[in-house]
Write a protein that binds this ligand. Structure first.
Ligand code: HEM
Length: 360
């Protein structure tokens, strides 16, 4: 009905949607430099000049500040070495989550809340149990956060170990720290949490896929083995389930202005595009690293999501653990096929009705 490039008005915003791999390539590769510029949404808390100087997500152009912040985060948070050095933290968080879920055996849990409570990113950013507040208001977060920063700044001796220490030691002002941390939390928490929630919902509805994933995990781990990041790297069906979830339920189809094109539910590109079929990725080299323009849930080009490697590790580890250690069902024997799969626009594109499930 429409061509591969359409423009729509969402309120006062003009949104251009590229819905074919070719038009996505044109935007994110050929014209990437020109189109890497972002427009800052009106809801942003800070004035434009502050954002331009300090923000990574909303810096309007590819300024030196933006380059510095990307490089800084890459070195200290997102490089393969940095991601690996946080492995123990993630594994500790996931093991706590499994412990907690075991204590709720047979009870209904809201999976997004559990995920958020045990979210490893908060540990990596040294947020020590502050997540409840972070969920509520940014200003509250900043108040609490500022206290930690103050304490750290006043401490007589600190060994530079976590990301906050490195920011302080690199001369970041309080404002710079507040903006960067807030952005990393907003960019990194709901996206990952909602991906896992959607994956669980899809797996509950698609019993064949659930059984294949369980079988893959059981072939590799015994019942009480500890799943670690080093031993989940060779689980092709798990990887395919994660990709298929991101294809069907990309958390950020429109949200960061400049927008990742929506090509992944396009029926010209994907056979049976609306069905959850992880098998489509099994014998395929298509990956989400920004090279295959039919599937770019993390964007592509200069502004590709820098948290990609970080997110992938977390999602794989958490999903593998949830599926391997528990049998899941819906409360009151509800039929998974009746699950409401509607989406809603929030900070990310989320499941409208939070998934309530029962671990056994
Ligand atoms: C499933 C998980 C995630 C998805 C699907 C996702 C997706 C995206 C997308 C589509 C963009 C915009 C790319 C573009 O404009 O081309 C983006 C940007 C960004 N993401 Fe992610 N993301 C995820 C997880 C994370 C995590 C865990 C972090 C950090 C801890 C993170 C940090 C960022 C940042 C800082 C940017 C802005 C980059 C810039 O403008 O230069 N993301 N993400």
């Amino acid at each position: 009905m429409y061509g591969p490039l359409i423009s729509i008005k969402l309120g006062t915003q003009l949104v251009v949607v590229a819905s074919s791999p070719a038009s996505a390539t044109e935007i994110l590769k050929t014209q990437d430099r020109l189109l890497s510029v972002r427009s800052v949404p009106k809801v942003a808390t800070y004035v434009l000049s502050v954002i331009d100087q300090h923000s990574i997500v909303f810096s309007s152009d590819l300024s030196n500040h933006w380059k510095f912040l990307r490089e800084f985060c890459r070195t200290h948070l997102f490089s393969p070495k940095a991601v690996e050095s946080q492995t123990a933290l993630r594994e500790k968080k996931v093991s706590k989550m499994i412990h907690f879920l075991r204590s709720r055996n047979g009870e209904t849990v809201k999976i997004s809340e559990i995920l958020f409570d045990f979210y490893p990113l908060f540990e990596a950013l040294d947020l020590q149990g502050l997540r409840k507040q972070t969920e509520i208001y940014q200003s509250q977060l900043i108040n609490i956060w500022s206290e930690i920063v103050k304490e750290k700044r006043q401490a007589i001796s600190r060994h530079s170990s976590d990301f906050l220490d490195v920011m302080i030691d690199s001369g970041f002002s309080d404002l710079q720290i507040n903006i960067l941390v807030t952005e990393l939390i907003s960019a990194g928490s709901d996206t990952t949490t909602s991906t896992i929630e959607w994956a669980m919902a899809e797996l509950l509805r698609n019993k064949g896929a659930m059984h294949k994933l369980q079988a893959e995990l059981t072939s590799k781990f015994r019942e009480n083995d500890i799943i670690t990041e080093s031993n989940i790297s060779e689980l092709p069906y798990l990887a395919a389930c994660v990709k298929e979830t991101l294809r069907l339920h990309s958390p950020t189809p429109f949200l960061i202005p400049r927008r990742a094109p929506e090509t992944w539910r396009d029926s010209n590109t994907w056979e049976d595009a609306l069905s959850f079929r992880p098998e489509r990725f099994l014998d395929s080299k298509v990956d989400f690293r920004g090279q295959d323009f039919e599937f770019i849930p993390f964007g592509a080009g200069r502004r590709i999501c820098p948290g990609l490697g970080f997110a992938r590790q977390e999602i794989h580890l958490i999903l593998a653990s949830l599926i391997h250690y528990f049998e899941w069902s819906l409360p009151n024997g509800e039929d998974p096929m009746q699950l409401d799969m509607e989406e809603k626009f929030g900070v990310t594109l989320q499941k409208e009705k939070p998934l309530l499930i029962v671990p056994m």
